[in-house]
Design a protein around this ligand. Structure first.
Ligand SMILES: C[S@@+](CC[C@H](N)C(=O)[O-])C[C@H]1O[C@@H](n2cnc3c(N)ncnc32)[C@H](O)[C@@H]1O
Length: 304
């Protein structure tokens, strides 16, 4: 993790991060890695299980709420003189994050053309339902069921955003180039991506990525810096409540553990499961076992 990110954690959360293992891996994770490497890759989540466990994971965290508020507060003033405002959301899932943003952008009757790109059809249908249910006369939602790499919006966008979706693109450089080519001069590219500490270390290690490299906040920032774009960035630190995972990993805590590691957690052997739970205790807030820091790094780039 970069020093600047360490500092932004401290500045934002006001917590004693020296109590946590943010630099280097705690010992239980080394043991878990050894146990996992002895066995074949864990079974991947089906797209249905992914969507279900994602919903339950977000419900166990206050990060989404913080993100919704942040986006609806910070973005409309940056696009104040755009009418209509054209948005492309990439990997919108069921639209839970997009709906409050679309409503905020459409306040005062402003025209908003809001396109959600989402490969998982049931989630895309959820996006369409959520945005169509908003009481916003100027809002025209569109959903595209497919991958971002295949998407051509046909017109320049004022805002392209990736909220927790850049992890999954095949080629980060190409995805960012593609996104930037869609944004008209003066428009915005927004990314919201988790840093590779301490929860995502688990996802990176245990998720069966099928030969694909997952991208995290550090990769996104490096790619944007390399382009010399002026960037504003901020880290929101939410908290994930994984206490059920510690107490009942094969029962009521299973869904959160599944999404956390990006795989079927019940396929872990007993030794590896114990190591996983020990790691979760190790990275918990002091005195609150199972309550885990859940950061997301936001970047906004204004396209010259
Ligand atoms: C963690 S979810 C985030 C959903 C939503 N943005 C949110 O924050 O609730 C990641 C989403 O990215 C989608 N996704 C994965 N690969 C994608 C790709 N290549 N292009 C577009 N979306 C993708 C998934 O289907 C999933 O809905």
């Amino acid at each position: 993790m970069s020093m600047s990110l360490t500092m932004s954690f401290e500045a934002i959360s006001g917590q004693d991060w020296s109590l946590m293992t943010l630099l280097g891996l705690p010992v239980p994770l080394d043991g878990l890695r050894a146990k996992v490497l002895e066995n074949p890759a864990l079974p991947a989540l089906s797209s249905e299980r992914y969507a279900l466990t994602h919903e339950l994971y977000e419900a166990a965290s206050d990060q989404r709420h913080r993100l919704q508020e942040w986006l609806a507060r910070e973005l409309p003033p940056l696009l104040a003189d755009h009418d209509p405002v054209r948005v492309v959301g990439v990997g919108v899932g069921d639209g839970s994050v997009d709906a409050p943003l679309a409503a905020a952008l459409a306040a005062g009757g402003r025209r908003v053309r809001y396109t959600g790109v989402e490969p998982h059809a049931p989630s895309a249908a959820g996006f369409a339902r959520r945005l169509n249910a908003l009481d916003a006369t100027g809002l025209t939602p569109t959903v595209v069921i497919g991958e971002f790499a295949d998407h051509d919006p046909g017109y320049p966008a004022d805002l392209v955003h990736f909220v927790h979706s850049l992890y999954y693109v095949d080629d980060l450089n190409a995805a960012l180039d593609n996104a930037l080519s869609m944004v008209r001069p003066g428009g915005l590219l927004l990314t919201a991506t988790a840093p590779l500490e301490p929860l995502c270390v688990l996802t990176e290690m245990l998720c069966p990525w099928a030969g694909q490299k997952p991208w995290f906040a550090e990769d996104v920032r490096a790619e944007l810096d390399r382009r010399g774009l002026p960037i504003r960035s901020e880290t929101l630190v939410g908290h994930l409540d994984a206490t059920d995972g510690l107490a009942d990993p094969l029962g009521r805590g299973e869904a959160v553990l599944d999404f956390l590691i990006g795989a079927r957690s019940r396929a872990l052997g007993p030794g590896a499961r114990l190591q996983l739970l020990e790691y979760l205790r190790d990275i918990s807030l002091p005195g609150r076992p199972g309550v885990l820091p859940h950061p997301v790094e936001l970047t906004i780039a204004r396209v010259p």
